[in-house]
Design a protein around this ligand. Structure first.
Ligand SMILES: [Zn+2]
Length: 1029
């Protein structure tokens, strides 16, 4: 080892320059991470392949400015040098540095880190008078040459740089080591990777434009980090993440503070940041530091409904009482992501320079400011949805600067809109790569998959002893869960079994498939499609517990006293099952109701099992009810699609008891697995809690209920459940449904957590009324269940061998990171699902003429009163939306004697349970829970998602409402019967695979998880909270 000195010029946090001398040790052996290595390097972990045509060594400038291009997974054999990594850390900050580190760590990317400055022969000291940039370039070039020599000339090395001088100096110095520009690199080696070419020109354009910026200040400068830190400590400043109002994005933003210190108690309602100047270049989601303004400048939030999102009107509107208001003085962390923008139609007002144009692109998300893009494609991109990234936002610029990344397509087209929804929610679901698919077992007609004899010997075989069956939505391909029930011990005991797909047998921890599944965290269900968490060979085949085939399972078996149904014994373990029946819900219910005429002995056995199961489930449910489990109501509606994906109807879902039965058994299994893993691993089990909701979130529910003459008690879940049960209007079943919907909205979200981070009293699941809960029953669709399966396996192994788990389990911090990641992805999945449903709702109405098409007129129920209108629910379409009773011109809705409404000048008066309009036509009153008739049309802006516009046309119920419901119900029954018949006819003859589901497009899956997953819609909750604050 050789010792030398390295001189660093660093910048202190105060901005002073400091000269630091560091001892620097050089070694002969530094791993090269190449599979071609001839020198016995200690190449642990990721290794570059030997079968590529060249290795790529990017220089500092390329990594600083063009890292995004190096992130393309297609690019192979990339060597990042220590020199470039340090430069990124130094010049770009921690966020970008972490991004680079994650890229290097990720085994799905073919790149490695070479510690060139520790390698004796590749380290170069800085020459006297040599600029730092030039020295860096020389270091990187030396590293490139070292690689070529170290691999004995077997691999060409390409150094890429944007430094023209370096190209001239080095390109002909060593054969086998090429020095070229990014553009030449892409053109020579990746001529077909158009996305990379586009990205290159977009970034270089943005870089050029940056140089020619004006110097006039538009915003005040941000304060240095140390001043901010000191200010936060002393309580002078407040820190939090900036949350821009969705409905008043121009003016209103608030600070979401995490656990405020005691001295700031009066800020528990948050801090308002009013107007763009005070926001001082902070973007929605950034972590900012705010200085409070004097009390005289505090503002309240506007309480009226805002018409047309994003547009603001300046007329005096009612504001809530003034709240602490401040201005942004600094930004601690930028949380910029990829944004979808729409390029405006050109009208000649944009500035032009040279051959490129600067365009103000409008983000799809109202909360994000317009982004300035320099592009040569302005004409081609008109009205297109485009993915952009923000590069910078200087104090001299009214808008942030960005560059384009990817063109999604024309605004309004289905594919562009779906891709927009995914990107806006940071959902990245590329096709599974070849390397991932190579990890998968094979199951083809030529090479059918067979069980491993070693596994058969190890597992408990239930094939001959247990009647196992599944009940799922029609058309379900990924069967996670199956059930069994039988009498044992001469009828004294019942044995209930839940058998779950053994996904972790196929998905090894740390494999590429595992990493990809972890990144996705869940299968994404959109209104017309889904994106699987696991490749199809697992999700739809080898892991799927299909009828009539042998499958591996993870089972929980309970022995219950046949009389009392008390648990006498629980067994957990790996099994082999062969499911006899795949039933869909409707058919199972028909069997239970005795509607199935064509029975044989086996069917009779199945019917018996279903009856037993229903009996047990009712008992389990009753037990939980005693503890205060909540029956909640989401807006559940599914779009019925024909083969061309046109919507033929929007159908509300009908609950069936057998659905509840299956759910109850799954809840039971999840609960018992939670107990097992928590008892075995008290500090590192992954559980799911559902915290007690905040009292004030119930205000809306309480107000509405009392207006309807009901009392709701929210003190405990039991009290809430009981009072919701009592709040029934015998004339109108919708009232109870609406109240349950409001209760759902008020709930906080159920969340995964690591048991090491919470005290045990926080484990409680409020909605299900269980002391411990987790997710175990859907490992094909949820990554949390995969983690839980691994924990359960480790627990079982410890029971049988009394040994510590062979592999150390994740520590609780690491587990908590996983939990937070999954929580975030679940929220994204929920939002995407909701947005895609709304997209299809809009598509349904977009093709219809609201003036003539009877589908566009519907019954609506008022569930909340606002200053200038009401919020209604349209049961037929599952739509919740505002209805305005006063418009911008000051006109109000006036109802005639027959209920017909028109606009006249007048005024509105609001009270807690009704709102009245007064005009020449007299006074019209709209009360809570009134049924009114609305006309539905689509509001289209091109820049954002379409929205539904509801207009009251009569203050009386829609006359044909009953008729419509009847028609929808009959149509659904008819189609169901047709499907059942089809499913029945050819299959009854075949012993196995009876009632194998049809593959017709079906959207039950869309609603599958709503009950437990989507306990609340966060945004609605925040909105309700804001307007009642
Ligand atoms: Zn080597």
């Amino acid at each position: 080892m050789i010792k030398t000195e390295k001189i660093l010029h660093l910048k202190s946090s105060r901005g002073r320059k400091v000269r630091v001398v560091r001892e620097h040790y050089l070694r002969e052996k530094v791993p090269c991470y190449s599979s071609l290595c001839q020198a016995d390097c200690e190449n642990g972990g990721k290794v570059l392949p030997g079968d590529v045509t060249h290795y790529v060594v990017p220089d500092v400038g390329v990594v600083l400015d063009y890292l995004e291009i190096l992130e393309f997974r297609e690019l192979q054999g990339i060597v990042f040098t220590q020199t470039t990594c340090q430069a990124v850390q130094h010049h770009k900050g921690r966020r970008q540095y972490n991004r680079l580190r994650n890229l290097i760590k990720d085994p799905r990317h073919d790149c490695v880190l070479f510690a060139n400055e520790f390698q004796e022969y590749s380290y170069r000291e800085r020459d006297k008078g040599e600029s730092r940039e030039r020295w860096h370039t020389r270091c990187v070039y030396t590293a490139a040459v070292w690689y070529h020599n170290h691999l004995a000339g077997m691999m060409d090395v390409v150094m890429i740089t944007e430094d023209q001088e370096a190209i001239t100096r080095y390109s002909s110095l060593n054969s086998g080591v090429y020095v070229i520009s990014i553009q030449d690199f892409l053109q020579n080696f990746w001529p077909d990777l158009q996305a990379a070419h586009d990205l290159y020109s977009s970034i270089s354009q943005a870089l050029q434009e940056k140089e020619s910026e004006s110097s006039q200040k538009e915003f005040s400068e941000h304060l240095p980090a140390e001043v901010l830190e000191a200010g936060i400590k002393s309580g002078r400043y407040v820190k939090g993440s900036l949350n821009v109002s969705k409905h008043r994005a121009q003016n209103e933003a608030s600070l979401m503070t995490d656990g405020l210190s005691d001295k700031n108690k009066d800020l528990s309602w948050g801090v308002m940041v009013f107007g763009v100047k005070n926001r001082n270049r902070a973007v929605h989601g950034d972590v900012v530091v705010v200085e409070l303004l004097p009390k005289s400048e505090w503002r309240g939030k506007v309480t009226a409904l805002s018409e047309g999102q994003g547009e603001e009107k300046s007329a005096e509107e009612n504001e809530s009482k003034p709240m602490p208001t401040g201005r942004v003085v600094g930004i601690l962390q930028r949380n910029w992501r990829d944004y979808v923008v729409t390029f405006p139609t050109r009208d000649g007002t944009q500035s032009q320079s040279r051959n490129s144009q600067r365009i103000l692109a409008v983000p799809w998300d109202h909360r994000i400011p317009k982004i300035r893009i320099s592009t040569q494609q302005a004409d081609a991109l008109q009205d297109h949805r485009v993915v952009v990234r923000i590069d910078s936002w200087e104090s001299t610029s009214l808008y942030p600067n960005g560059h384009t990344v990817q063109v999604l397509g024309r605004a309004g087209e289905l594919e562009s809109e779906i891709q927009t929804i995914l990107i806006e929610n940071c959902i990245h679901v590329p096709p599974f790569s070849d390397a991932q698919l190579r990890e998968m077992p094979v199951n083809s007609p030529e090479k059918p998959w067979r069980m491993d004899p070693a596994q058969v010997a190890e597992r408990r075989d239930l094939r001959g002893t247990h009647l196992v069956f599944s009940i799922d939505p029609q058309g379900c391909e990924d069967v996670d869960d199956t059930l069994s029930i039988r009498r044992i011990a001469g009828g004294k005991l019942l044995e209930l079994g839940v058998h779950i797909a053994d996904v972790t047998h196929f998905v090894t921890e740390g494999s590429l498939t595992d990493l990809e599944a972890r990144t996705r965290a869940t299968t994404y269900y959109l209104a017309d499609r889904r994106y699987d968490m696991l490749p199809a060979v697992l999700s739809a085949d080898l892991c799927s517990l299909l009828g009539g085939v042998d499958r591996y399972a993870m089972s929980v078996l309970w022995e219950l006293d046949a009389e009392t149904l008390a648990v006498t014994k629980v067994w957990y373990g790996r099994t082999i099952i062969c499911s006899s029946y795949q039933l869909h819900y409707e058919l199972a219910q028909a069997l239970l109701n005795g509607e199935e005429a064509e029975r044989d002995a086996k069917l009779a056995q199945l019917t018996k099992a279903l009856e037993m199961l229903t009996h047990v489930a009712r008992h389990l449910r009753a037990q939980r009810d005693k503890g205060g489990a909540l029956e909640l109501e989401g807006v559940e509606v599914r779009a019925q699609l024909d083969e061309e994906k046109n919507i033929t109807a929007l159908v509300p879902r009908q609950p069936l008891e057998v659905h509840e039965t299956v759910a109850e058994c799954m809840i039971y299994a999840n609960h018992w697995v939670a107990r097992k893993i928590q008892e075995t691993f008290p500090h590192q089990a992954l559980l799911r809690c559902h915290p007690q909701p905040r009292e004030d979130f119930f205000n809306q529910l309480l107000e509405s209920a009392s207006a309807g003459g009901f009392t709701i008690d929210t003190r405990t879940n039991k009290a809430l459940a009981d009072s919701l049960d009592r709040a029934v209007d015998p004339q109108d079943p919708l009232v109870n449904r609406l109240l349950r919907m409001m209760a759902t909205t008020a709930m906080s979200q159920a969340l995964y957590f690591s048991t090491g981070l919470l005290s045990q009293d926080k484990f409680y699941h409020y909605g299900l009324a269980l002391d411990r809960y987790t997710h175990f029953t859907s490992p094909i669709r949820r990554y949390a269940d995969i983690v839980v399966h691994r924990l359960l396996s480790a627990a079982i192994a410890m029971d049988t061998t009394r040994a510590e788990p062979g592999k150390p389990l994740a520590g609780h911090k690491e587990l908590d990171e996983t939990a937070q990641h999954i929580n975030n992805k679940n929220r994204a999945a929920q939002r995407a699902q909701k947005l895609s449903t709304e997209l299809f709702q809009c598509l349904f109405f977009k093709e219809r003429d609201p003036q003539t098409d009877p589908h566009c007129v519907a019954n609506a129920v008022i569930y909340a009163i606002r200053d200038n209108g009401v919020l209604v629910f349209v049961p037929e379409y599952g739509v919740k939306a505002p209805v305005y009773l006063k418009n911008r011109e000051g006109q109000v809705v006036s109802a005639g004697k027959d209920g017909g409404c028109d606009w006249q000048s007048g005024s509105v008066r609001r009270s807690s349970d009704h709102i009245s309009t007064t005009s020449i036509g007299g006074t019209s009153t709209f009360r809570l829970f009134d049924h009114i008739t609305v006309r539905i049309s689509v509001r289209s802006t091109n820049f954002h998602a379409d929205g539904l516009n509801l207009e009251v046309i009569s203050n009386k119920p829609h006359r044909s409402q009953q008729l419509v419901q009847e028609v929808v119900r009959l149509a659904e029954e008819a189609s169901q019967q047709a499907q059942e018949k089809e499913a029945r006819r050819p299959k009854l003859s075949k012993e196995e695979r009876e009632y194998r589901q049809s593959k017709t497009p079906n959207l039950y899956s869309l609603l599958e998880e709503v009950r437990e997953l989507a306990l609340t819609d966060l945004e609605t909750a925040a909105q309700v909270c804001a307007t009642t604050a």
